[in-house]
Design a protein around this ligand. Structure first.
Ligand SMILES: NC(=O)c1ccc[n+]([C@@H]2O[C@H](COP(=O)([O-])OP(=O)(O)OC[C@H]3O[C@@H](n4cnc5c(N)ncnc54)[C@H](OP(=O)(O)O)[C@@H]3O)[C@@H](O)[C@H]2O)c1
Length: 256
């Protein structure tokens, strides 16, 4: 089996569950050593690591609550120690900013506390994870942000979440320019509704039918539909793609 990421090290935030877990498993099956980051769910992160190592890949878990004040420092303290023990250096090649929260709250119901937490986990943390990560990334590396189709297709039940995904689509353009001289590409992959814990609303048959009817491809998206696109962006085949937002949504915006 081809292992195009052999010798590379990747950090995937929010890899205990859902899309992040699928990304971690896919990058590991492509040969990367993967840091499986989690927030609260250590047992789930352990399951991700066991799935990877059981399939012959390399992975380790690192915990850090990205809603906490020192979340980014905690993440890199754990990452540096763990990766150094395995590779002799804290340098790495692929950063995937995936961890996020999406509490259901309409515009009218969104409190300052809810908005602040979404901002901290979904915008501020990936910003500083990337700033700190860029010091460790090898030239030719990859940064991938997981955005969302709600930037273009409003979903009023998650008003603040939608608004606070938009900054990532902008950030990839700035960072594409900033990191380009080092041949580091920076892109966003933008899923549509995907069957994960965050996409639990898809378990409602009426909601699932409504979503399918809005897509060109008439089925519910799965975590590995998104992970496979991230794997492409992380690969050398995508070396000439930077500053882009790549939608992985079954063609949601085609039919609106
Ligand atoms: N599912 C969808 O329909 C959908 C659609 C568009 C975009 N997206 C995006 O895709 C990405 C993954 O979503 P998902 O559906 O896989 O979500 P999910 O199943 O809810 O998983 C979220 C992940 O983020 C981590 N996380 C949440 N809060 C955290 C915190 N405070 N500190 C550290 N880690 C934290 C979780 O860690 P723990 O397990 O430790 O809590 C978990 O690994 C997100 O960026 C999301 O916005 C999802």
């Amino acid at each position: 089996m081809a292992r195009p990421l052999q010798g590379k090290t990747a950090l995937v935030t929010g890899a205990s569950r859902g899309i992040g877990r699928a990304i971690a498993e896919r990058l590991a099956s492509d040969g990367a050593l993967v840091a499986v980051h989690y927030g609260k769910n250590q047992a789930a992160a352990r399951e991700t690591v066991e799935a990877i190592t059981g399939a012959g890949g390399g992975a380790f878990a690192i915990g850090s609550d990205l809603a906490a004040k020192d979340g980014v420092k905690t993440l890199y303290d754990a990452f540096d120690t763990a990766v150094q023990a395995r590779t002799g250096s804290n340098r790495f090649d692929i950063l995937v900013n995936n961890a996020a929260i999406a509490p259901f709250a309409t515009f009218e119901d969104t409190t300052e506390a809810v908005l602040d937490e979404i901002y901290t986990v979904n915008v501020k943390s990936p910003f500083f994870i990337t700033q700190e990560g860029a010091k460790r990334l090898n030239d030719g590396g990859r940064v991938v942000f997981i955005s969302s189709g709600v930037v273009r297709t409003p979903f009023p039940d998650v008003a603040a979440y939608s608004a606070l995904k938009a900054p990532l689509d902008n950030l990839v353009k700035t960072l594409g320019v900033v990191l380009g001289p080092r041949s580091i590409t920076v892109n966003a992959v933008s899923p549509g509704a995907t069957a994960t814990d965050m996409g639990a609303f898809l378990q409602d048959p009426a909601m699932a039918e409504a979503v399918k009817s809005q897509q060109a491809l008439k089925r519910i998206g799965k975590a590995d539909d998104v992970a496979d696109v991230v794997a492409f962006v992380a690969s050398s085949d995508a070396r000439w793609v930077t500053g882009q937002v790549i939608e992985a949504s079954g063609g949601t915006t085609l039919t609106f």
